[in-house]
Design a protein around this ligand. Sequence first.
Ligand SMILES: [Fe+2]
Length: 320
Amino acid sequence: MLRYADPPTLLTNVFDDVEQVKELLESEAPYTPLGGWYNPGADPHSRTRPMWFQNDWVHDVYAAKGSELFLNNPTYIKSAQEFYDAEIIEPHSVYVNMMAAIVDGGPAHTDNPRFHGRERGNTPMWLLRAMLWSDLFDEYEIVQATAIWWLNDVEGGGIYFWPNGPDNPPQHHVGDMANTALVGDNHGMFHQVGPVGPFDKGTILVTPSAQLNPVGNGEWVVTDHDEEIYKASLDQYRVSVLWKANVFKNHEEREQKSANPLTMSEVINIFNADLEERNIGFHLASNNIEDAETISTISAIYAEAKPINALKSVFETIRQ
Ligand SMILES: [Fe+2]
């Protein structure tokens, strides 16, 4: 079963010294637009992206200097242990979002799942998501804890989340967000970024080549093909830092799960057994896994839920 998570834990006054985070933000510039997967192959000169910039501070093969502030944060680790009633929390990723002037919401979504043996490096994302929504692979899932921390209070910039499942109205964390964090299960719980101000110029769009950089005195500038598009002080950007960790109840569970990585042929066999049981005359095979028909068929059978009362996503607006 997909976990419809408990409400996330709110942490306040997370860091004694927020200046350290600001230094880290500057040293890891530039920040680049999110959203390539919504319109792959888009014209690099057309303005198809909102001012939603991102960067990775920690991933598989990189850790920014100073990022241990987030990665090994003892408060996050303790909160995640309590949230999941689990002993082992293995932090693995830290990434940053910087946003401004987006009048619609972000997409309402659950975060991408991970399974032992299957992740985005070796398995198409649509298939990983179908695996999640099928409930057929729960014993292989690597449970993920998430913390989201906010630097500033900006106009708007809240987060909606659906702790009671997608069929019940969301809650909203907005106002007094500076130096707070929510720790919980963003893989089991739908969530959505609310509109981000300033709102007086509508949603400002940039090309995929745009960059956000600090220019001194706490000012940050968006440049796009050498043109200055937007300039504001850091405290007017919605800055959030995300942290993710693997969760295991204990060492035994970790060892047992790690010893059984899923192969692609096992994934295919498990889906096919279920399709047969449902009397669906479609079978997955290693040579049809990339076909458009396969993707639409499997994604429709193991469909994702749609959370109620979600705001329209800015990425839908742009596509229209
Ligand atoms: Fe998310």
